[in-house]
Design a protein around this ligand. Structure first.
Ligand code: G6Q
Length: 538
C-alpha cells in the first residue's frame, strides 16, 4: 500500500479509535444523511462505520495515491492489466452497449460480444418456447449445467436469485463437484429425453467438468443413442478445438474470450443457464444493471462512489483494525448463494501475498468472506459478531419489497435487518441493563459493547437490474481493493499446485501395483490406507 497515504489513514484511525459510534452519531445529527449514497438503484448507508469525515478523506486519498483512476481506465479500455497471464480484463465489455467500442489489440470487441448474446437469445427462445426438441421430439424440461468454480457459482447463484423471473416449467440444475454423488443425484431428478446439458468450461479441460460431462454423455447415450448428443449437449467455452474434440457440435457452442476471468464470467455466455431460466429480455436487464454500476464506478467521485467506499471501509478494518473477515448477510432468501459466490470473487481475486513488483506484500490482503441469508444467521453465528472477541464488519443487503408478499413476513424480515444493524452499532450499556432490572451478576453477560460496523445496502426490489448492479458493485469493490493492496487480482496461481498433485496421485490410487511412496510420510500413509480399504493392496 502507498506508504505515506496509509500512514495518514493510520494516524486518523489512532485519533478516532476511542470514539464509539454512539458518540459519532450524537456529534452529528445529520450523520446518516451525509453518509448515505446512491448508485444504480441501490442505497448504501455507511454511517454505522467507524469513520469521520477526515478519516474518509484520507481513505479517499489512499485510493488516489494508488492510482485507482488510471488503473480503472486501463481496465475499462482493454489494457493487459492481468500481467501474470498477459491478458486484458474486460468483463465490463460484456455489459457494454453495442455502440460504445472497446478495443482489444486494436480491435473492437463489441460486435462479437453482442453476436454471442444474440445467438444465446435465439437458442434460449427456442428452448423456452419448446421449439428446440430432444432426440425423441419432446421439449426440454430440464437444463443441467456442468461446470465448476467461475463456470458454476455465478449462474447457480443467479438462477436462484432471479427465480421469480424464471420460466418455472424449466428446471435448472447444477453439477460441479467431481464427487459422483453430485451428478448421480441430479440425474435422478431428470429424464434423458427432456434434458439439455450445458457443458460450461472456459478451457474445456478442467478435470471435474470433463469427468462429469463424459459421465453425463454416457448416461444420455445409454438411453437415447449417440445421435442424441447433438440435441442434448451444448457447450460454453473459449476453446472451439476442445469442444470439437469432446464431441459437441461447435454450431451449438457459445463462445467467450480469454479476457473474461472465470469468476467474472456470469455476464458472458457462462450466463446461458440464467438466460434460459429468465429469458433474453430479463438477461439484458441484468446486463443493464451491471453497466449502470460500472458507469457509476468509473465516473463518480470517490466520496460518493459505492464500490470505492465499500473497498475503503474494508481496508480500514482489514488493515487498520486487523479484522480478518467480512460477513455478507443478504436479507433475501433468493440471495442465499450470494456469500458462496462472493467468497470466490473476493478470495480468489485478492488472496495474494506478492505485490505487482514481485515482492512480498506489506500487511495483509483479502478478507475471509462468509455469510448466510438473514434471518437464519441470527439464530446461529450472530452471537459471535455481537459479543465475541473478533471484529467482523458486515454487509447487510435487503429490499423494500418482497417477491413473495406473504402476510407480514417481509416487514418482520426487514425489522430484523434494521434491528441487527442498530444493535451492532449501539449495543446495550451496563446502565441500560441495570435500568431494566438485570441482576448485577448478569450485567456483564447482558451488556453489548456495540461499535460493530455494518454497511446497509438497500434497494426497492430484487430485479434483474438491481441484481446486476449488485454484482458489479462487488466486482468493482474487489478491483479497488486489489489496486490499493497492489496485487494482481485477476490470476489464481494458488489453485494450480493442488491440481498438479491430484493428477500425480490419481494413478497411485488406482494402479494394480502398490506405488512406491513418493510423498511425505502422512500422504503416503493416507494413500496406503485408501488402497487397502478399496482392496487394492491386500
Ligand atoms: C475463476 C477460476 C476458476 C475457474 C474454474 C473452471 O476465476 O479461474 O474457478 O472458473 O477452475 O475453469 P473452466 O471454466 O476453465 O472449466
Amino acid at each position: 500500500m502507498h506508504t505515506s497515504a496509509w500512514q495518514a489513514v493510520q494516524e486518523e484511525i489512532a485519533a478516532t479509535r476511542p470514539l464509539h459510534l454512539r458518540e459519532l452519531f450524537a456529534q452529528d445529527p445529520r450523520r446518516a444523511d451525509k453518509m448515505t449514497v446512491r448508485a444504480a438503484g441501490w442505497t448504501l448507508d455507511y454511517s454505522k462505520h467507524r469513520v469521520t469525515p477526515t478519516l474518509l478523506q484520507r481513505l479517499v486519498a489512499l485510493a488516489e495515491a494508488a492510482d485507482l483512476r488510471r488503473w480503472t481506465e486501463a481496465m475499462f479500455t482493454g489494457e493487459a492489466i492481468n500481467r501474470t497471464e498477459q491478458r486484458a480484463v474486460l468483463h465490463t465489455a460484456l455489459r457494454n452497449p453495442p455502440d460504445q467500442p472497446v478495443q482489444v489489440d486494436g480491435q473492437d470487441v463489441m460486435p462479437e460480444v453482442h453476436a454471442v448474446l444474440d445467438k444465446m437469445a435465439v437458442f434460449a427462445d427456442q428452448v423456452r418456447k419448446g421449439e428446440w426438441r430432444g432426440q425423441t421430439g419432446k421439449n426440454i424440461r430440464y437444463v443441467v449445467n456442468i461446470g465448476i468454480g467461475g463456470s458454476d457459482l455465478g449462474p447457480a447463484m443467479a438462477c436462484e436469485a432471479l427465480r421469480p423471473y424464471s420460466k418455472r416449467a424449466l428446471k435448472l440444475l447444477f453439477v460441479s463437484n467431481i464427487d459422483g454423488t453430485h451428478l448421480a443425484e441430479v440425474l435422478r431428478q431428470v429424464k434423458p429425453a427432456q434434458t439439455l446439458f450445458i457443458v460450461a468450461s472456459k478451457t474445456f479441460t478442467t478435470q471435474e467438468t470433463m469427468t462429469n460431462a463424459r459421465s453425463a454423455r454416457a448416461w444420455l447415450v445409454a438411453s437415447l443413442g449417440e445421435a442424441a448428443v447433438a440435441r442434448h449437449f451444448v457447450a460454453v467455452s473459449t476453446s472451439t478445438a476442445e469442444v470439437d474434440k469432446f464431441g459437441i457440435d461447435t454450431a451449438n457452442m457459445f463462445g467467450f474470450w480469454d479476457w473474461v476471468g472465470g469468476r467474472y464470467s456470469l455476464p458472458s455466455a457462462i450466463g446461458l443457464p440464467v438466460m434460459l431460466a429468465i429469458g433474453p429480455k430479463h438477461f439484458r436487464r441484468m446486463l443493464a444493471g451491471y453497466h449502470a454500476m460500472d458507469v457509476h464506478f468509473r465516473t463518480t467521485p470517490y466520496e460518493r462512489n459505492v464500490p470505492v467506499l465499500l473497498a475503503l471501509l474494508g481496508i480500514l478494518y482489514h488493515n487498520g483494525y486487523g479484522a480478518e473477515s467480512l460477513a455478507v448477510l443478504p436479507y433475501d432468501q433468493y440471495l442465499a448463494r450470494l456469500p458462496a459466490y462472493l467468497q470466490q470473487l473476493d478470495m480468489e481475486s485478492n488472496g495474494k501475498a506478492v505485490d505487482r513488483q514481485g515482492q512480498a506484500v506489506v500487511g495483509t490482503t483479502g478478507p475471509i468472506v462468509w455469510g448466510e441469508a438473514g434471518t437464519n444467521g441470527q439464530h446461529s453465528f450472530y452471537q459471535l459478531i455481537h459479543q465475541g472477541t473478533h471484529l467482523i464488519p458486515c454487509d447487510f443487503i435487503g429490499f423494500c419489497h418482497s417477491q413473495n408478499p406473504l402476510g407480514d413476513h417481509h416487514d418482520k424480515l426487514m425489522a430484523n435487518f434494521f434491528a441487527q444493524t442498530e444493535a451492532l452499532a449501539f449495543g446495550k450499556t451496563a446502565e441500560q441493563c441495570r435500568a431494566e432490572g438485570v441482576p448485577e451478576s448478569l450485567v456483564p453477560y447482558r451488556t453489548f459493547e456495540g461499535n460493530r460496523p455494518t454497511s446497509s445496502l438497500l434497494a426497492d426490489e430484487l430485479t434483474p437490474t438491481t441484481f446486476g448492479a449488485l454484482m458489479a458493485m462487488y466486482e468493482q469493490k474487489v478491483f479497488t481493493q486489489g489496486i490499493i493492496w497492489d496485487v494482481f487480482s485477476f490470476d489464481q496461481w494458488g489453485v494450480q499446485l493442488g491440481k498438479q498433485l491430484a493428477d500425480k496421485i490419481l494413478p497411485e490410487l488406482t494402479s494394480p501395483e502398490a506405488p512406491v511412496g513418493q510423498h511425505d510420510a502422512s500422504t503416503n500413509a493416507l494413500i496406503r490406507r485408501y488402497r487397502k480399504s478399496r482392496g487394492r493392496d491386500v
